[in-house]
Design a protein around this ligand. Sequence first.
Ligand SMILES: Nc1ncnc2c1ncn2[C@@H]1O[C@H](COP(=O)(O)OP(=O)(O)OP(=O)(O)O)[C@@H](O)[C@H]1O
Ligand SMILES: [Mg+2]
Length: 512
Amino acid sequence: MAVELVKVEHINKSFAGVSALTDVHFDLLPGEVHALLGENGAGKSTLVKIISGVYSRDSGNLTINGNKIPGNLTPHSAQALGIGIIHQELNLCPHLTIAENIFLNREFTSGPLLDKKKQNNEAGKYLKMLNLDIDPRTLIRELPVSKQQMVEICKTLSMNANVIIMDEPTSALTDKEIEDLFKVISLLKAEGKGIIYISHRLEELSRIVDRTTVMRDGRYITTLNFKESSLDEIISLMVGRNLTEKFPRIETSCGEKVLEVKNLSASRGPGLKNVSFDLYRGEILAFAGLMGAGRTELVRAISGADRISAGEILLNGKTISVRTPIDAIKNGIFCAPEDRKLDGLCVKMTVKENITLPNLDMVSRFGVISPKLEQKRSGAMVANLRIKTPGIEQYVRNLSGGNQQKIVVGKWLMRDAQVVVFDEPTRGIDVASKIEIYNIINDLKRNKIGVMFVSSELPEVLGMADRIIVMCNGRITANLDARKTNQEEILRYATQYNMMGDNDLETKTRRF
Ligand SMILES: Nc1ncnc2c1ncn2[C@@H]1O[C@H](COP(=O)(O)OP(=O)(O)OP(=O)(O)O)[C@@H](O)[C@H]1O
Ligand SMILES: [Mg+2]
């Protein structure tokens, strides 16, 4: 048998006395894609951070290319040993160009001078490898999240690593970008490189994965040959029980019209063109479409994050003016945004502060914050959503990615809402927690709140929504009964304007 590229035995790791990894095992062979699977907070990112020198281990053995590593690695020494990592959260400098980010700290020089031309050319090669037609001199902040993610991938590829760790590489990618990434993964495999692949998008695994290691609550559960196991089996190993129903749809009737959007237009990004729709009390209205179809722009317009250029928004039959997010909140329109780090959370504050910040009035008495109420309300939210944290005083940046997302979604739910808007609420969330988020959405429905719900995952759109609006190029192309449609029909409408020659969707970038 070939020597393992990475071998991990009996690894333990705690953070401030709370165990994150207990006696974990893992190994990676040359030429294999090894998936690391587990629920949010299972310890996947912690394990790969130990392998890549970001965190130190408390005890246990780490062997790279057959050599035992006596102490701890640093990111630098791990890189020198051929370990590259694409982190779950983006780590790029927004004010630098693509090429500058790819070669940060490894700049191309000619004598004492920076050789920008060579650097740009080299960066161009990696962009091409991923089929990206973007100028390497483009600033990162001008790219949409999906393209930023692709730049992160280029950066790791350029380090010529033998072991490539991908922590949720596809959660923000378009289908086409995922295709391109998978092609590169096949090439890397053929070259004998090893890939550690972390993802909650379980459906995509069968395309690339050879073996999988399942973790639960910081412990090693088992390692399986992927082709010899079923997805249901893997899911029950991950969550420790059988999941009965993936989409717990409830059938309650809808009430009166709560929101009416008439001829809305906006010019940000791909823009919105003459968008009109109604939303009823207790209705779950999903918005489907490809990346760049205008769904996030619609959410931003309705929640006051962007100005509209024309059109009207009516709430309970009355025209309202939503010029700022505060206007939206005052009217009872709440939004859980797509980019949690940028718009949804204060990662340097605690769990409690993040939950109570938009709800200060509810934890105050006579204008003064009551620590007791704060404790009670945020404690209840953590329990209801099963947010995995050692306590409400934990900093949000120390939570696992999926648990951060639960706070983004959950913090608004204490309020009296008319309309709640979710933008990709289950991105990066494990199968069992997804069901918890669906249950939150169901609770809103039971309480006769109107729910708007943007999602790129068609099974969840079909499984949870009452009605589906399909968008393409800033326009509505279909308004479908979710119980009577299917993926093919939705995709047909989602690409309608593409097929008519207007096929520049992929290259359109949303400006941040
Ligand atoms: N720097 C840190 N300080 C304190 N606790 C941490 C830190 N990093 C991780 N943890 C804790 O360790 C546990 C494992 O987190 P980890 O990020 O490894 O989970 P994960 O499996 O990657 O989850 P997800 O799928 O949500 O990304 C979590 O309970 C998390 O709160
Ligand atoms: Mg993680």
